[in-house]
Design a protein around this ligand. Structure first.
Ligand SMILES: NC(=O)c1ccc[n+]([C@@H]2O[C@H](COP(=O)([O-])OP(=O)(O)OC[C@H]3O[C@@H](n4cnc5c(N)ncnc54)[C@H](O)[C@@H]3O)[C@@H](O)[C@H]2O)c1
Length: 260
């Protein structure tokens, strides 16, 4: 658990975590629940979302698993409506859901570009669009969009992914400007190489991932492999009142692999 057992700083709050069935999203959902929040796990993988909801209930908190393809406005609207019906409020949105593909301009298929943009960028925008009216009505809210180091420094080949992740950070900056007057904060967390099912697809063992973290183009000066809890801790911090005047920023959680 990323939060100390006595941290109840999110008690009574309601959070939505897209992509909450796996990796960084799962750990973020557990952190929120550990601090007392009710959590909606919105993921295209319903079985995975239900498993995380069950883990949350073991902690004594409440969770709602909703099958959601974030690229679909109908699916996102329905998920937000179910969330409101269940928790009666929405305080936190974490846009974590994403897919990754590694293709250059030469080999990328146009339909793959469109799908990555639809999930990784349009999906984040749709979820923001769906929750912001409620946050405005509540006169408060926090949104964290999960970007990537690839959105700031091209990692070679991941063209559509990197472009979408760069735009996700700009989405945060744009919304921070537009929504500050409503007491709504919007920030970005940009992970470096982290051990999750997404990265295990390319590097199936921890050793292979660690080699990337130590020696590849995306190596970091600390020579470490980050864990989902490292990202969840940063997202969690940005969602608490400890960060009450932090908005429009990008927090790079990457052991120094890219320093802005
Ligand atoms: N792991 C890393 O090294 C790393 C690095 C940089 C950025 N990130 C970003 O962190 C976030 C989490 O990644 P992760 O590594 O935990 O990956 P992951 O694959 O473990 O989790 C991603 C989740 O998103 C869900 N998802 C995929 N498409 C969806 C859709 N259309 N609608 C709803 N849910 C969908 C998946 O089912 C999965 O549960 C992503 O935004 C990713 O781009 C990860």
């Amino acid at each position: 658990m990323p939060t100390p057992a006595n941290d109840r700083s999110l008690k009574g709050k309601a959070a939505i975590v897209t992509g909450g069935a796996s990796g960084i999203g799962r750990m973020t959902a557990l952190a929120f629940a550990g601090a007392g929040a009710n959590v909606t796990i919105a993921d295209v993988n319903l079985d995975g979302a239900k498993k995380v909801a069950a883990e949350i209930e073991v902690l004594g908190a409440q969770a709602l698993a909703v099958q959601t393809d974030v690229s679909s406005w109908d699916a996102v609207s329905s998920m937000v409506a179910k969330t409101l019906k269940t928790w009666k409020r929405i305080d936190i949105l974490v846009n974590d859901a994403a897919i990754s593909m590694s293709q250059s301009i030469v080999d990328i298929k146009v339909e793959d570009w469109d799908r990555i943009m639809a999930v990784n960028l349009r999906g984040a925008m749709l979820c923001c669009k769906a929750v912001v009216p409620q946050m405005i009505a509540q006169r408060s809210g926090v949104i964290v969009n999960v970007s990537s180091g690839s959105g700031f420094r091209p990692a070679g080949g991941a063209l559509a992914y990197g472009c979408a992740k760069a735009a996700v950070a700009h989405l945060s900056r744009s919304l921070a400007v537009d929504l500050g007057k409503h007491n709504i904060r919007v920030n970005t967390v940009a992970p470096g190489l982290t051990d999750t099912p997404m990265t295990r697809k390319n590097w199936p063992s921890r050793e292979a991932l660690l080699t990337q973290a130590k020696t590849s183009f995306i190596a970091n000066p600390m020579g470490v492999l980050l864990e989902p809890k490292d990202q969840a801790n940063a997202i969690f911090f940005l969602c608490t009142d400890q960060a009450r005047y932090i908005t429009g920023q990008t927090l790079h959680v990457n052991a120094g692999s890219w320093i802005s």
